[in-house]
Ligand binder design. Structure first.
Ligand SMILES: [Zn+2]
Length: 247
């Protein structure tokens, strides 16, 4: 009956326009703010759009989720032995085929069908936290990838991963969290930019750092801030801690 109905459905299939999608996203965002509204949301929260396309009836549906960090897969090591952040972003936003068992219900067919899924950024946060997913969990073990991932210090353009025609959306790097060691024994350090330049934080020591020393295969979490307009710099880790102490 479902199949017969799909074939003779009198309601024509309509693809939503970009404006309709953004209105829907805004409604979901306002709902989120009704429950969750803090300086953390102001600075770090964005909205991710998951767009599903049904292979049977061609229906498109969107779901919107709030994110505080983007967890990016690292492509398999290439012959060059290194990958770029852009390649990780491309893999993250690549169209993925879902078989019937793994796909959600199609709103229009009312059943599980083969479909394609694509992730994109609907709303850009002031600061985007990018997690390079170096740890892979398989059935029996966890492994860590030590692939060198190169990343831009300035003008990371996330526009291509946003809504259609959103134009360039530029970000500048201001902090890196590094993970050294293995799955069983690791150590975290950080590189942060402040008024005096880059500084390397390792437990109780803080030492100045040059830009050429920032990129290593230990880079684990990257913090980028929107590079338009003058930043209030309230999200400097130290300022945030001070703000939290006042509260
Ligand atoms: Zn369908």
């Amino acid at each position: 009956m479902d199949k017969l109905h799909t074939e003779i459905n009198r309601r024509p299939y309509v693809k939503r326009t970009g404006k309709e999608i953004s209105e829907e996203a805004n409604v979901m965002w306002k709902k989120h703010l009704e429950r969750d509204d803090s300086i953390i949301v102001d600075i770090f929260s964005g909205q991710l759009r998951s767009s599903l396309h049904c292979s049977v009836c061609s229906h498109y549906s969107n779901t919107f989720d709030v994110f505080c960090d983007l967890s990016l897969p690292i492509p398999k090591r290439s012959c060059r032995g290194e990958v770029s952040l852009q390649e990780c972003l491309d893999l993250f936003s690549q169209e993925e085929k879902l078989d019937k068992e793994n796909s959600p219900m199609c709103e229009r067919c009312n059943r599980r069908t083969e479909c394609t899924k694509r992730l994109s950024i609907q709303r850009f946060p002031q600061v985007i936290v990018i997690h390079l997913n170096r740890f892979t969990t398989s059935r029996w073990s966890i492994s860590k990838s030590t692939v060198y991932v190169s990343f831009p210090l300035k003008n990371l353009d996330l526009g291509p991963y946003g809504p259609v025609d959103c134009g360039p959306v530029l970000y500048d790097l201001y902090a890196i969290c590094n993970h050294a060691g293995t799955v069983n024994m690791g150590h975290y350090t950080a590189c942060c930019l402040d008024e005096n330049g880059w500084c390397f934080y390792n437990d109780s020591s803080a030492t100045p750092l040059t830009e050429s020393q920032l990129q290593t295969n230990q880079a684990y979490v990257l913090f980028y801030q929107r590079s338009r307009s003058e930043p209030p710099r309230l999200w400097c880790p130290r300022k945030l801690i001070e703000a939290a102490a006042v509260l």
